[in-house]
Design a binder for this molecule. Structure first.
Ligand SMILES: [Zn+2]
Length: 335
């Protein structure tokens, strides 16, 4: 436990520094945000949405933004920055930073419109002051794809990290972005983050983000926590993939003979975590458990030759995995 806490402190120490300025839109924060945006080095996709079919389901990938994460020796507890750069280069990615795009998915199936995760809502930057972190573009891309946020009936949440949930509330006034949606999520995840004693149990460096997450979650209406691996909407079943967070959940879509595994952050940056499934990331709350879930899910999608989406896979976040030595290689699909 103590090693977990010290790893967590490392991640969120930058967040503490930022909190000194306040998360209130003060001048420093606004100026800093503008600077980050100006320095985004990865171009956005020309079209920020991509539609494809899985059986009768129509799936739309929505580009939400990108985190160009500066290298940090604490990123993996058992891999160096040099090894990280080597793995990025092997996947044909820049080694200047870790490229972490954010993609969310809308599934239309059996007459339902279901959103899988909600992106960062342009509200995550302040917690990552050392990196470019742009988010919140999925709403414009959703509208460009002809989907009205009011038509979203169900939102499935993979886990409560800010790049997946802050987009549920409007920036500034915390209004509901999807006023008519029911939010379905893992009971374990909900219990962990809503426990009133959580903040007090965390090291000071991690408290501001935990507090913000708790504030955000308290404002959600119409929340349905699920204990098991239920079929939460017709055609989509929860798959438990804990470790990254206590209740991290993937979504298995099946229509006719076709399947899609919407894997959230189970193998978040495949060039690193799928190629080296034994690397324990600082954002994996329980590294060994995250590794077990990752291997189990990847073994399954390889065996079943299943199409897989990931929140941080290279845009449009879609591909198939193959066994590659001791790890797994993602073949990105343009659909
Ligand atoms: Zn994430």
């Amino acid at each position: 436990m103590s090693s977990l806490i010290s790893r967590r402190s490392l991640v969120f120490s930058a967040a503490t520094a930022m909190t000194v300025f306040g998360l209130d839109g003060s001048l420093e924060v606004v100026e800093a945000k503008q600077r980050w945006r100006q320095h985004q080095r990865t171009p956005d996709p020309k079209q920020g949405f991509l539609r494809f079919k899985v059986g009768d389901a129509e799936v739309t990938a929505l580009y939400d933004g990108i985190w160009e994460k500066v290298h940090n020796p604490a990123y993996f507890s058992n891999a160096t920055v040099a090894e990280t750069k080597q793995a990025l280069a092997a996947a044909g990615l820049t080694t200047a930073f870790v490229t972490i795009p954010i993609t969310t998915y809308v599934v239309k199936l059996n007459g339902k419109t279901v959103l899988c995760d909600a992106g960062g809502g342009d509200q995550v930057q302040a917690f990552n002051p050392d990196s470019v972190f742009v988010s919140g573009k999925m709403i414009a891309n959703m509208k460009a794809a002809g989907i009205d946020p009011k038509d979203v009936e169900t939102i499935l949440v993979s886990h409560f990290h800010p790049d997946h949930i802050f987009g549920l509330l409007t920036k500034g006034d915390n209004g509901p972005v999807y006023p008519n949606a029911e939010i379905i999520l893992s009971a374990a995840e909900h219990k962990f983050w809503t426990d009133p004693s959580l903040t007090g149990r965390l090291p000071p460096g991690r408290q501001p983000l935990a507090k913000r997450i708790q504030t955000v979650v308290a404002r959600w209406k119409n929340v349905l926590p699920i204990e098991g691996e239920d079929e939460v909407v017709p055609g989509i079943r929860f798959v438990k993939t804990p470790g990254h967070t206590p209740g991290h959940t993937s979504f298995h879509l099946s229509s006719g003979k076709e399947q899609l595994m919407i894997s959230g952050d189970t193998a978040y940056v495949p060039a690193l975590c799928a190629a080296h499934p034994g690397w324990h990331g600082v954002f994996d709350q329980d590294g060994p458990l995250a590794e077990t879930s990752r291997r189990k899910l990847l073994d399954r999608v390889v065996a079943e030759k299943m199409l897989v989406c990931g929140s941080h896979f290279p845009w449009p976040g879609l591909g198939r995995f193959a066994k590659d030595g001791g790890g797994y290689a993602l073949e990105v699909q343009r659909a």
